[in-house]
Design a protein around this ligand. Sequence first.
Ligand SMILES: C[S@@+](CC[C@H](N)C(=O)[O-])C[C@H]1O[C@@H](n2cnc3c(N)ncnc32)[C@H](O)[C@@H]1O
Length: 277
Amino acid sequence: MTRLLASDLLKEQILINKNTNCDRVDLEQIFLFILKVTRSDFYSKSHYLSSEDYKNLGDMINRRNDGEPLAYIVGKIGFWNIDLKVNKHVLVPRPETETIMELVLDSFDQQSIKILDAGTGSGAIALALASERKNWLIYALEKSENSIKIAIDNMNNLGLRVGFFRSNWLDAIQSSSLDVVVSNPPYIDANDLRLKADGVSKEPIEALVSKDQGFADLNKIIKDSFRCLVKGGRIFVEHAPEQSDLVEEFYEESNYTAIEVHKDLNGDNRVSSGIKN
Ligand SMILES: C[S@@+](CC[C@H](N)C(=O)[O-])C[C@H]1O[C@@H](n2cnc3c(N)ncnc32)[C@H](O)[C@@H]1O
């Protein structure tokens, strides 16, 4: 078989896949992944695809058009300042979750704290925090055994230190033992059409859906964190924009003070925080 010039093939695939899930950006990422080159390399030199590359290319484009997230297909995603391995067992970390990162890093600066990431998935929040603050004691819990394995792989690949363990939310945590809790829990209602969206439909349902119209896990984490936080300790939870009023009520019911709602980069209410006094 004649070798195929990758740049010509990319142009052709952009036309063929017009108006599909596999847009230009995704196609470019798939080509870079198959050729194992950077973007600048791709456009500054000639690259050729072997017949095996060509077959892999077709398979990956088909997977993307079947609704699989690009991050699962290329096996990784960037979050904050780190690259994380991801697969079908973990949620693909979202840019809006970086709102929690900014808030926590700004609030605690360099002081040494003991912090827990509840429902860590790929380890995204815990590991990004560990990369920024070497003097923090960082723990991360997760219900799914498969997720913990990926989070630990990510920790080892990145050479970072986080204490990962399995637990049903904060059940395994001692009272008054944490300075800070952060969490991006499942918060979507089981009937929400967003679950059918491109990419989302292939993610683990237990990472997305929560009972009580999406509020059950938010409510439990906020309640249980009050027991686990030290006096003066703080909690930051991510939620959907339309959930912020009820989440505020959960904070009030548990007697938190200084309750605040924080916006993400799109200007949507995304994270709520409170202090245990
Ligand atoms: C929305 S995902 C967030 C993952 C990661 N923190 C992120 O932001 O990419 C929620 C995570 O909570 C975990 N989870 C769901 N129910 C749980 C429970 N009862 N106890 C502990 N973790 C749970 C899921 O397995 C999933 O990894």
